[in-house]
Every structure is written in C-alpha cells, then in structure tokens.
Design a protein around this ligand. Structure first.
Ligand SMILES: Nc1ncnc2c1ncn2[C@@H]1O[C@H](COP(=O)(O)OP(=O)(O)OP(=O)(O)O)[C@@H](O)[C@H]1O
Length: 300
C-alpha cells in the first residue's frame, strides 16, 4: 500500500537550463530500508533530494512522504535531512542547538537529552560547537535527524571527510535509524562502505535512474565476469594454454568466467590436480558494478 511507504516518488522531472537535473525518476523507499543513491558529480542526487524536500518546484511528477503529499504539514513533519556541509551556530553548545531544534520540531526536551546520549555527545554537550571536530558535528547532525522519529531521512554524503572510526560510528547511527523504522536515503560516493551498509542501490546517470534494486539483483542483471586467479606449483604454461587470460608471472594466470560457467571452469582447474598450488575467485566489486550502470545505457 502506497501509504505504508516512507517515500514514494513518481515520475519526478526537474531540469535546468543546460543541465539534466532529474528526468522522470520514480523511487520507493520502505520503512526501515536503507537505500544508497549513487551517481557521478552532477548526476542529479542533490536535485532529487531537494525535490523530495520541497526545496525545488517540480516540473512533473509527485512525491509522498509516509503517505503525505509534498508541501503538506504531514510531509514536512515526516522528513529529516542531513546536508553535506552541516552548519550549526558555532557559538551555541551542542545541547543548546539540539534543544533549539527540538523546540522548532515541537519535540519533548527529554528526547533531545536522550539523543545527545545516543550519538555519544553527552560529555561534550555544553561545549561550543565551534570547538567540535567534523565527526562530532556530523553526530550532532544525526541527533537532529533522529528528532521526532521521522518516517524518512535524507542524508547527503554523511561520511565525507570523516576518519574510519567516525565513519563506523556514523553508520552505526544510520543502522539504528533504520531499525526504528525510518526509511533512509544516503547519497554517497564512498562505494566500499555503501556495499555493506545498505539494502538497495539506486544509480542516477545524467538525471535518469539507471538502476534500482538490491545489490545481488544488480550483479545478477549485469552478469559481470568473475575473475579466477590460478597459481601453479611451477609453471602456469599449461593452465594458460587451456584458459587463456593474462599471465601475471611464470606461475600465475588470471582469466574471466561468467557466473553460469564458473563451476564448470573450476572443475577443469581442479582436474590439473597437484600441479595447482592455489585458486582465488575474485567477484566483481561494487565499483565494477557502478561503472557498468553509470556508463552503460542499460536500465533496470
Ligand atoms: N539551481 C540550479 N541551476 C542550474 N543548474 C543546476 C541547479 N542545481 C543543479 N543544477 C545542475 O543539475 C545537474 C545535477 O546537479 P546535482 O547537484 O543534482 O548533482 P549531484 O548528483 O548531487 O552531484 P554531486 O555529486 O556533485 O553533489 C548538474 O549539472 C548541476 O549543474
């Protein structure tokens, strides 16, 4: 049922003079689902987010947030946003800032205190935000996202500029957000972390949605080759003669197989018996997949 969706975008178009913007994009997000929104610079990610937030007039299409029409009070109350460059007043303390947001959102002050604890800022809550590190500012931004338990959260490059520990902490908060039932859309260029941390991948290319499915489905549809690297005990000449591919050095050969013939090729490798020292199977990465969908004309 459409009303059960955290987000329903249908046929959204917003073009700019001389730029693609977004063209006829439809995207649904379920409650508690984490969707990665990927695309090159200028692919339309921010335009889509701004369209959903009601910050840009739409040319065509419709947006509903938790069943509420875009522009309605219900829609505004159901969505939270973390911009890429999150800006707070540097002279305010973390506690003052989150209390201010709580007042604006008409949320109980006690929730603000609980959220400061949740994002690990209780100890620094009375320090001025001007003294916070980037990671602390992003965590404060996440506390603001949690306020009022929104149905939908839009996070624009939430981990950019963060160190690995701070990234890990931020993803733990994103997971907690999804666990409480919030549908989360994360625009990102950080492919490796996205791979493990999201349920679905949506890829924009020149304003159009060229992929929208769970990672596994996208891999299956793309039918990308898997690489097999064989290391011979001595000389890999016989393996190379059989499978072709690329000789890495005297003892190693790497060749590509399709998902379909992978097992048959592996059985042939095994038939070489003790001449083989090791076999590595290298699946395509999200980066390979991203390149495939963001460059090819293929649609889902
Ligand atoms: N207000 C605007 N006026 C004119 N053109 C715009 C405007 N906003 C965006 N564009 C253009 O629309 C296209 C999509 O931009 P958008 O900011 O949505 O891309 P993006 O995927 O978010 O990129 P990035 O990864 O760099 O943030 C770009 O070509 C951009 O120059």
């Amino acid at each position: 049922m459409a009303d059960d969706l955290a987000l329903k975008v249908s046929g959204l178009t917003r073009r700019f003079k001389g730029a693609d913007g977004v063209i006829d994009v439809s995207l649904n997000v379920q409650p508690g689902e984490r969707v990665a929104l990927l695309g090159h610079n200028g692919a339309g990610k921010s335009t889509l987010m701004k369209g959903v937030l009601g910050l840009l007039p739409l040319e065509t299409g419709s947006v509903a947030i938790a069943g509420h029409r875009l522009g309605s009070h219900g829609a505004r109350a159901a969505v939270a946003y973390l911009p890429e460059a999150v800006a707070f007043h540097p002279a305010l303390s973390g506690r003052e800032q989150i209390r201010l947001f709580a007042r604006l959102a008409k949320v109980d002050m006690r929730e603000a205190e609980v959220l400061l604890e949740r994002v690990g800022l209780s100890g620094a809550a009375d320090r001025r935000i001007g003294t916070y590190s980037k990671g602390m500012r992003q965590r404060l931004g996440m506390a603001q996202v949690f306020l009022g338990k929104p149905a939908l959260a839009l996070l624009d490059e939430p981990t950019s500029g963060l160190d690995p520990i701070a990234r890990h902490d931020l993803y733990a908060l994103i997971d907690a957000l999804a666990e409480q039932g919030t549908g989360v859309v994360i625009a990102s260029h950080a492919l490796t972390e996205i791979e493990a941390r999201t349920d679905r991948i949506a890829i924009l290319r020149k304003g159009q949605l060229v992929a929208d499915a769970p990672l596994k489905t996208l891999f299956a549809r793309a039918d990308m080759p898997i690489r097999i690297r064989v290391e011979a005990k001595n000389d890999a000449g016989a393996v190379f003669d059989r499978f072709g591919g690329r000789r890495i050095n005297g003892a190693r050969v790497e060749f590509a197989v399709t998902q379909e013939n992978k097992m048959a090729r592996l059985a042939e490798v095994t038939a070489f018996g003790t001449e083989i020292a090791d076999v590595e199977i290298i699946p395509p990465t999200l980066e390979d997949l991203y390149r495939f969908y963001s460059r090819s004309e293929g649609r889902t």
